[in-house]
Design a protein around this ligand. Structure first.
Ligand code: SF4
Ligand code: SF4
Length: 122
């Protein structure tokens, strides 16, 4: 039996878009801004960065099937069960940020501030 029969169509409940890997302070601040919003996350997969919005497709029916199956977008046609959310190991992002705080923790680890040298007064 196809796993889709038991699933509530997780693959129809988000959109994700690759973004440039941040390299500047401004780019990091943009990601902090993305993560300040509800239903938004950022993840890294195979060294590529993605912005994800959790949002249900308008064409998902009440029984979680596609109501426009014959004219569904190409990206839906290309989606493989072997790469889907329920296939073990297929959806293991290297890093996922769901909150601004989790991204700040990552930034602190990536760019540790240099400890100030104590100056001894004689
Ligand atoms: S492809 Fe995966 S996520 Fe999509 S309906 Fe099937 S089992 Fe669910
Ligand atoms: S168009 Fe159909 S297959 Fe594509 S995301 Fe929407 S409900 Fe799912």
């Amino acid at each position: 039996m196809s796993p889709c029969r038991k699933c509530t169509a997780e693959c129809c409940r988000y959109i994700a878009q690759q973004i440039d890997a941040p390299r500047s302070k401004e780019a990091f601040e943009h990601i902090r801004w993305f993560l300040a919003h509800k239903h938004v996350s950022v993840y890294i997969e195979k060294r590529k960065w993605y912005l994800e919005f959790k949002t249900d497709c308008k064409y998902m029916g009440p029984d979680h099937t596609c109501t426009i199956y014959a004219k569904r977008p190409q990206i839906c046609r290309e989606h493989k069960i072997s790469e889907c959310e329920y296939h073990p190991g297929a959806f293991d992002h290297e890093v996922v940020f769901t909150t601004l705080e989790s991204f700040d923790t990552y930034l602190k680890k990536r760019f540790p501030s240099k400890k100030k040298k104590r100056i001894r007064r004689t």
